[in-house]
Design a protein around this ligand. Sequence first.
Ligand code: NAG
Ligand code: NAG
Ligand code: NAG
Ligand code: NAG
Ligand code: NAG
Ligand code: NAG
Ligand code: NAG
Ligand code: NAG
Length: 482
Amino acid sequence: MPPNTGWLAMVAIVWLGLLLPPLATSQHQQSASSPPSGQLRRIWLQDHCNSGICTNVQIGRNDYVILSQAPIAKQLMLTFINSSIAKIPKLMFDTFPDLQVLRMENCSVEAFERPQFEGASNLMSLFLGHNRLRDIPKNIFLGADNLATLHMEGNQLKQLGNHSFHALKELKELSLADNRIEHLPVGIFNGMRKLIDLNLAGNALEALPRGIFDRNLNLTRLSLARNRFTAFESELLKLQPRLSLLDISGNILQELTLNFSLLELAVAHSCDLRRLTIYGVVQELDLHNNSLRELPHVPQAINVTSLDLSQNPLGNFAAGTNPFRRFTALQRLNLSATNTHELNEGLFKKQTQLQMLDISANSIYSLKITIFDSLKSLQYFYFQQNNWNCDFLQLLMSSIVKRRDISFMEDVTPPELVDDYVDGIACWYESDKLSKKCDGGASSDAAMELSIVRNEIKSFTEMVEKKFIKVYRMLDEMKMRL
Ligand SMILES: *[C@@H]1O[C@H](CO)[C@@H](O)[C@H](O)[C@H]1NC(C)=O
Ligand SMILES: *[C@@H]1O[C@H](CO)[C@@H](O)[C@H](O)[C@H]1NC(C)=O
Ligand SMILES: *[C@@H]1O[C@H](CO)[C@@H](O)[C@H](O)[C@H]1NC(C)=O
Ligand SMILES: *[C@@H]1O[C@H](CO)[C@@H](O)[C@H](O)[C@H]1NC(C)=O
Ligand SMILES: *[C@@H]1O[C@H](CO)[C@@H](O)[C@H](O)[C@H]1NC(C)=O
Ligand SMILES: *[C@@H]1O[C@H](CO)[C@@H](O)[C@H](O)[C@H]1NC(C)=O
Ligand SMILES: *[C@@H]1O[C@H](CO)[C@@H](O)[C@H](O)[C@H]1NC(C)=O
Ligand SMILES: *[C@@H]1O[C@H](CO)[C@@H](O)[C@H](O)[C@H]1NC(C)=O
């Protein structure tokens, strides 16, 4: 504490023409648990900052802070690290009138001052992620007329009102991810006509009110991932012709219909999806970890370039059917962990542009080599963690993978479960009897059954291992408590 606070206050009044709050009040607010707060303090930021990076700045909830003797011009960007700043100092934008970018992430910011952004008309980007903000008071952003980017992810925001973002008419990018928001009022985004990118992932939203985006006609990227939606209606975004990225992963949706004119990327993984229909054009589709037993219904399949169906219980595609026949522009296809035992010969007949195919983590024992005839563009082929027959695997390696110089990935199966490896990929030999019986043919029912049993043993072992890990963890926890 400086010896003469009265003198300091005078300085502040002289160069800022501002009145300080009465000291008595701030000292009165001082709580017993935070003794060093409630002071008038001078923190010369020049002493803490070097080329815009400021470290070890400590500001308490009730401190009234003076940052510099005179305004500091031409400071465009400030980043605070290893700092504990309960609130953005009131004089921030008077001290740094040219500030365009303020990064105060992970600084334990608890609340806004009022007024907070007076004089912040040069501020373009504000990063307040991973702090302790609980709410956004009405009209708090008055003064930040040109703010274009606002990040407030990882706070404790719960209730937001129509006027929380009032004055942010230039905002293009807003992240409210990983807060505790349960609902949003219909007018909350009304003032943000230029909004392009909105991230609401990781909250507790169950629904959005109809019309909530009706003024955000340029909305292009929207994430609603990891909320509590049980339904989603494309209707909500019917006025947004530019919407090109939609992420609704991690909501339990089961049945979903999307209808957009052109989605470059739709992400709907981990939704327990059982049925999916997509009207309009979608280019990349990430559907991993769902409950799909059949391919999504996509009338414009012709425009899909990337399809991730991994970790879905698709099973075998019946012989003679070709569910991929209309996906003629596919460049990437992920069928990893889809409970597949075999791939029928004509399955990839139309995938002449496919560059990446992942069939790893299935129970495939062998393939018809002719399946590769149409796969003329294949560069990456991932087929590890299957039940390959060693003789077939040799053939696959020499006649296709190595001959065409295709990239692949080695196996992680522990050696005690494996007969042999071919170029790092696990495989098993048939017993003599079996190979005689099936007369050199690559696939036989008996061999396949064997490989299924092997797979069941594998997953059983994995399950038992997981249970043991859990038990060990519980024991550890009990030990800790004792
Ligand atoms: C921030 O703190 C961490 C841990 O105390 C330290 O390793 C790091 O060097 C500090 N960074 C700066 C820029 O002071
Ligand atoms: C956040 O700040 C604390 C204390 O300054 C530090 O220990 C921690 O590593 C930081 N976390 C991240 C993700 O930067
Ligand atoms: C928020 O604004 C919308 C219109 O923009 C209005 O219908 C609604 O009643 C307002 N809600 C509150 C709580 O003021
Ligand atoms: C929407 O985007 C277009 C094209 O970038 C732009 O011309 C238009 O001004 C934007 N509208 C608003 C309200 O920002
Ligand atoms: C999809 O949306 C378009 C435009 O909004 C509409 O014309 C069309 O009927 C919709 N299609 C379906 C199948 O709902
Ligand atoms: C898969 O999705 C389920 C929801 O269906 C979720 O609970 C689980 O955490 C997801 N698993 C992974 C590995 O993402
Ligand atoms: C969809 O595919 C068709 C046929 O290849 C093509 O003519 C059309 O331009 C594509 N549309 C988009 C939006 O990519
Ligand atoms: C395919 O999906 C699996 C499981 O989701 C993932 O681990 C793997 O990285 C994906 N393959 C590629 C090539 O992206």
